[in-house]
Ligand binder design. Sequence first.
Ligand code: CP
Length: 314
Amino acid sequence: MSHFIKSFLGTQDLQTAEIFELFSLAQNFKTHFLTHGQFPLQFAKKPLMALLFFEPSTRTRLSFEVATLRLGGLSTFFDGASKENTSLIKGESLEDTFWTVHAMMPDAIIVRSGDEFPLHSLRDRVQCPLINAGYGTESHPTQALLDVFTMLENFSEIKSKNILFIGDIRHSRVVGSHRELLPRLGARIGVVGPKHLTQGLESHIQVMDKLEDGLKWADVVMGLRIQFERHGSQQEFSRENFIRDYQITKKHGELMKEHALLMHPGPVNWGVEFDPSVRELKHFKMWDQKSNGVFVRAALLDHLMKSFRRGNGF
Ligand code: CP
């Protein structure tokens, strides 16, 4: 890959050809790992990845750590979501926390934060690659990449595919990243959900009134976690009405196209956006997404480390 990239803060940081090269590398990692139980290559040095997470995470954190370790690197984790055991409890700012970690000279910093963290302003000031591991309600670019990688494992191409997102579009950083990535790859986006959670989207995004219409239209159905913690004092959301109008159950599999995929970035509020019976559907691909998170993030880390070294002439 010839494009020089120092940081990955959004899907727009990668050229389209570069994304497909990244997917080839991720596929190579996956195939080799499933055949030989190890990755086909290791980092040239033993880079230290510093994970700085100001919000909780299971999948993203662990898949970055697993990817790093499988590639022969090291990782260290700052748990800023549990303030009690850090100097955040003493009033240290998020930005000072970031620069404290940065001063310890890790080889990359992987950050998860809320919208209040000045992520984008750090891009030109950091001395190592900076990676967005989920930023407020704005973006979650590595999730979008692993989602598309999972789609491509099932379809030969993403062009002209219909991707339906259900539910809490308004607070979904995953949708935020897909709004940039999917149209660029030629896919169409549709959404369905309560009106107050599906407003303010680009005109090319199809807003469906009924779940059934969306399910018949979609090649990929993506459930989203209702982000209760971001709803604040909004009283508009009715759990009962949501379950009645938008919850996916096994029965909905009958409306989906034969080849359609049912996905979810996780974590799932079981019994809200998905009924547990959906796990029996052949369409259900959520566990593949979790496995693929490791391979796609490993490919991204490998790409970034090489690109950063090239950009610095070493
Ligand atoms: N999908 C996702 O970002 O999950 P985590 O919050 O557990 O990392």
